[in-house]
Design a protein. Structure first.
Length: 403
């Protein structure tokens, strides 16, 4: 028996009565997060919207049972609930904040898609209503910033005019004659949503009754997705929360940069430029310091009985880059091996002058197999990172014994 879908004619119906036709244990849950046990309930009529057309399902109550998922099963609507229901009458209640949010987003999507098509010739090929953001995928050339702003402004103008939103029924041919935005080839009577003088689109979803109930529409950004362009947007309460959040972020950034909010971009550009300059300066100083320290270390270290000079050092409070500079200077001297470690992050640098005749890659592998970590390199230079930075001295002791 086909379920009578109350939301087709009135998306604002929050409570309803229905008859339980079937209640069976759910064999397959819709997601790993869904709690078992669960039951599948079929009613003779329902106001619960099932996941369809890019719009998520409603949630709410059927009697004392919580409805946590709703899905289409042919002509029937199946409700997944957390406790069994007895046959007979039941009172249903929709979780209204979620439903109204979905209505705002979905009607806003119809309006935004119509504006992109009407003004810029960009058709919408898909729609997704997520928990946080909504998206439409446009087909055609890349929308410019002016196009994104133009579609947003045009949609908001229709919203501010508070135009009526109506449900229309008709065959595909009848809707085509009325100027439907996207024609469909299905037979029989179709349901369409009409935004006065703006859009007519076949749709089975839930929608507001007037465009003013959308609140406002905010386009966020556009990105390439395969052959299409994905546009993110918010409507209503989501747009309000997003705008407030963005302003707070901008204000906090301005406070950090000691500037006015409208000066954040220029202040950030100056900060990045200063950072890059300081980074280059610091790098040059580290390189010079490593060269001086390496020279003093070589002078203070004698060759071993095998004619190999081993420089083993544990560094504290220096970046890994300093170890690289130090090792490069040390291994300019013949028959010299450098085994270096940093205690801050557990960095290891093993390097040699080719005349030393060792294998730094194999040496690093042996040390890491013993103490844990990862890394690699070549015969003359290898570097890695210990799993436990406090093992730095132990790693150098092991490396020296192996050399």
């Amino acid at each position: 028996m086909a379920t009578h879908r109350l939301y087709y004619d009135d998306s604002f119906e929050k409570e309803f009565t229905a008859k339980v036709l079937a209640c069976d244990p759910a064999l397959i849950l819709p997601s790993p997060e869904a709690k078992a046990p669960a039951w599948e309930v079929v009613l003779d009529r329902t106001a619960f919207y099932p996941t369809s057309g890019g719009q998520p399902h409603d949630i709410g109550k059927l009697g004392d049972a919580n409805v946590f998922d709703v899905r289409d099963d042919g002509d029937e609507v199946v409700h997944l609930v957390d406790q069994p229901l007895e046959p007979g009458g039941v009172q249903g209640c929709i979780h209204w904040p979620r439903r109204f949010d979905h209505m705002q987003q979905h009607t806003g999507q119809h309006l935004l898609s119509a504006m992109f098509l009407e003004r810029f010739g960009l058709p919408t090929v898909s729609f997704h209503l997520g928990n946080e953001i909504c998206t439409i995928d446009l087909r055609g050339p890349e929308p410019t910033e002016l196009m994104l702003e133009g579609a947003e402004r045009a949609a908001n103008q229709v919203i501010f005019e508070d135009r009526p939103v109506a449900v229309r029924y008709g065959t595909a041919d009848q809707l085509s004659q009325l100027g439907v935005r996207k024609e469909v080839e299905r037979e029989g009577i179709l349901r369409a949503i009409e935004i006065e003088a703006a859009d007519l689109q076949p749709c089975g979803g839930t929608h507001v009754k007037r465009t003013g109930q959308i609140g406002t529409l905010l386009v966020r950004r556009c990105a390439k997705v395969r052959q299409d362009w994905r546009v993110e947007f918010f409507c209503g309460g989501r747009a309000e929360r997003s705008a407030r959040h963005d302003f707070l972020q901008l204000r906090q950034a301005a406070e950090k940069l000691s500037c006015a909010p409208d000066e954040v971009l220029s202040a950030a550009a100056r900060a990045l430029s200063e950072r890059d300059a300081n980074f280059k300066s610091l790098r040059a100083m580290l390189e010079r310091l490593a060269k001086v320290e390496a020279t003093l270390t070589l002078q203070a270290t004698s060759f071993g009985p095998q004619g190999i000079r081993i420089i083993a050092r544990v560094f504290e409070g220096v970046p890994a880059e300093y170890l690289t500079f130090f090792a490069a200077e040390i291994t300019k001297s013949e028959k010299t091996v450098a085994v270096l470690a940093g205690t801050d992050e557990g960095n290891l640098h093993f390097a040699q002058h080719p005349s030393a005749g060792k294998d730094m890659s194999a040496l690093l592998k042996q040390v890491l197999e013993k103490l844990g970590g990862k890394g690699g390199g070549t015969r003359d230079f290898a570097r890695g990172k210990l799993a436990n930075p406090t093992s730095a001295q132990q790693a150098l002791d092991a490396a020296k014994s192996l050399v």
